[in-house]
Write a protein that binds this ligand. Structure first.
Ligand code: URA
Ligand code: SF4
Length: 208
């Protein structure tokens, strides 16, 4: 299964967003509250890609509004990047979770490669609509959606890479770093946060 048949042939972001509401390109729509499409300026120079919406994003319908989003906001400020000028989205547009424990809390589950591939047409459509110069991929899921399953964030974090020719210059460059949630889980959170900010700072020369 894939989202392709739900993705309209348009570069109009609002039309894409509207169409994504009824996507049935994989099974994840069934249990989630809503599609969480990307958000930000339609002509942003930077497009940032996370993994998938979390619990808070699923309820709000907007990307990166929960704890990981707050950490990301702080890191962007420190790296000199204005979040209001960034188009923020996810590799997978529905929240994947399992209900666990006595409270039946919704616990995040990592999307499968099949789900990431199924949802990729939305990401490709967002890139074609926004036409950013730089894509920042946060963590392995986003990096591998964009660059292929063998890409290793740990080997290339903080580097300005050439984007695959598939994207026709939009983006021209890709910067990979860790996912902000991994900073929240890191044993040494201060060091992990500092490294995230340092990676994001590599984008600065491309933003002037
Ligand atoms: N984590 C993500 O990858 N994306 C979000 O939107 C929120 C948390
Ligand atoms: Fe469609 Fe992506 Fe949601 Fe799957 S996760 S239903 S492909 S929008």
């Amino acid at each position: 299964m894939t989202a392709a048949e739900w993705v309209p042939g348009t570069t109009d972001l609002e039309r894409l967003r509207e169409a994504a509401r009824s996507c049935r390109g994989c099974d994840l729509y069934a249990d989630a509250t809503q599609t969480v499409f990307g958000d930000g300026p339609a002509r942003a120079k930077v497009l940032m890609i996370g993994e998938q919406p979390g619990d808070r994003e699923d309820l709000a319908g907007e990307p990166f509004v929960g704890p990981a989003g707050r950490l990301l906001d702080r890191a962007l400020v420190e790296a000199g990047i204005d979040r209001d000028e960034v188009y923020v989205t996810n590799a997978v547009k529905h929240f994947k979770f399992a209900r666990e424990g006595r409270g039946k809390q919704r616990i995040h589950k990592k999307p499968s490669r099949t789900e990431v591939v199924a949802c990729r047409p939305w990401l490709v459509a967002e890139l074609a609509a926004v036409r950013p110069g730089l894509a920042i991929v946060l963590g392995a899921t986003a990096a591998q959606s964009l660059l292929g399953p063998s890409f290793k964030v740990t080997q290339h974090r903080g580097e300005i890479l050439d984007a695959p020719s598939e994207f026709d210059g939009h983006p021209e460059h890709v910067l990979a770093t860790v996912h902000p949630s991994s900073v929240l889980r890191a044993p040494d959170r201060t060091a992990a946060y500092r490294d995230l900010v340092a990676d994001l700072e590599a984008a600065a020369p491309l933003l002037t």
